[in-house]
Design a protein around this ligand. Structure first.
Ligand code: TTP
Ligand code: MN
Ligand code: MN
Ligand code: MN
Length: 384
């Protein structure tokens, strides 16, 4: 919670999960600069440094108005010397020489280009950079060296790097809802990720699937995928067991909950979202998407869209919802707060009390905040 004090300084809590971060960001110029530094550090494998810049940026997102003078920052947490120096530069000159140098550097640009390919992380991008590759065409020349995922990522590069609009996200949600209900009546589909936080657009569509009768959701993902595939909606898909732990900071995870994890599956996919002129006439739902087979490149009525599907048992639903709504910094700080301040381990399945050695159940996100002794922050204010 940030409160503006009369002497023009702010009180901002140290953990992102204790702050309200609504969407209008009053300090975009500053946060963009800090996020470039965070990204550059990430590209170089300096995760601690990257996180520090991300946290600094996140703090500025919680401020109720635009920063004008660097002195206003004195009371704020998470702002290191380096971040403050860059902020000062941007405040004075409108731009930071360090940030501009990074943005124009060959390495940053190549890393940025490569990591925007679906299925490519920093490690792969860096390897390609070391091998002297710089463009997408450099990669297209060696398709055998690419995973299936990366090949799909290259084919649909332009579409997948065009922001997905909310209407498209809702339309895909509806398509998935219909498929899910065909496979398992009574199951629900919830739009999570950035769209649940109120963002008008995003890089993908995150959907969470569950059924109120625990256990009914087992095996559902495979059926839903088969159903969607049969209807021609899928350009690419791969099913994984939940891999949150390996992607995120794994040091904060309870070690044994394998049995509950077996039912927790996710699918990375690329949807074919289209509006056939013919289909639009079908009914009132002009928004209703329909797949269109790829024919020639000339005039297209379809677009490739990244979709993440996650199936969760009902008892874990609030944890999954909280875990998949983000933002990433908000999630990170929830877990860090739980561990450091409450001696609890939080992930997208459970909350575990380390000292009482008990799992704490929750029927809603609100109950999870309560267990953690945190004021409830609605999704629209989790844009940390
Ligand atoms: P993203 O879809 O990566 O991000 P986003 O929806 O906030 O933003 P964008 O509009 O760019 O899509 O991730 C959404 C949330 O899902 C994020 O808070 C973390 C969570 N998540 C997992 O739980 N497991 C994973 O493996 C990944 C990649 C994300
Ligand atoms: Mn998303
Ligand atoms: Mn996602
Ligand atoms: Mn887990």
């Amino acid at each position: 919670v940030s409160v503006e004090k009369p002497q023009d300084t702010w009180l901002v809590a140290a953990y992102a999960c204790q702050r309200r971060s609504p969407l209008p960001n009053n300090n975009q110029l500053l946060t963009d600069a800090l996020e470039t530094l965070a990204e550059e550090a990430h590209f170089c494998g300096h995760e601690g440094r990257s996180l520090a810049f991300s946290r600094a940026s996140s703090v500025l997102k919680a401020l109720p108005r635009t920063v004008r003078r660097v002195q206003e920052l004195d009371s704020l947490p998470c702002l290191g010397e380096h971040s403050k120096r860059v902020i000062q530069e941007v405040l004075e000159d409108g731009t930071s020489a360090e940030v501009e140098t990074i943005r124009q550097s060959e390495k940053y640009q190549a890393m940025k280009l490569f990591t925007k390919i679906f299925g490519v992380g920093v490690k792969t991008a860096h390897q390609w950079y070391q091998e002297g590759r710089r463009t997408l065409d450099d990669l297209r020349g060696h398709p055998a060296q690419l995973s299936k995922e990366q090949q799909a990522g290259l084919i649909h590069y332009e579409d997948l790097n065009t922001p997905v609009k909310r209407a498209d996200a809702e339309a895909i949600g509806q398509v998935v809802r219909e498929a899910v209900n065909k496979c398992l009546p009574g199951a629900s589909v919830t739009l999570t990720g950035g769209f649940r936080r109120g963002k008008p657009s995003g890089h993908d569509v995150d959907l969470l699937i569950t059924h109120p009768v625990e256990g009914q959701e087992a095996g559902l993902l495979k059926k839903v995928i088969a159903c969607l595939d049969q209807q021609g909606f899928l350009l690419y898909h791969s099913i994984h067991r939940n891999t949150f732990e390996s992607l995120e900071d794994s040091d904060q995870e309870p070690s044994s909950h394998a049995s509950s994890m077996d039912q927790y599956e996710r699918c990375f996919s690329i949807f074919c979202l289209g509006d056939l002129p013919g289909d639009a006439q079908e009914g009132a739902g002009a928004e209703k998407p329909s797949r269109v087979r790829r024919t020639s490149g000339a005039s297209r009525f379809w677009k490739a869209v990244r979709v993440d599907l996650v199936v969760t048992p009902y008892s874990q639903f609030p944890f999954a919802l909280l875990g998949w709504t983000g933002s990433r910094i908000f999630e990170r700080d929830l877990r860090r707060f739980a561990k450091r301040e409450k001696k609890m381990l939080l992930n997208s399945h459970t909350l575990y009390h380390l000292e009482q050695k008990t799992w704490m159940s929750a029927a809603s996100e609100k109950e999870i905040f309560q267990h953690l002794g945190l004021e409830y922050i609605p999704p629209e204010e989790r844009n940390a």
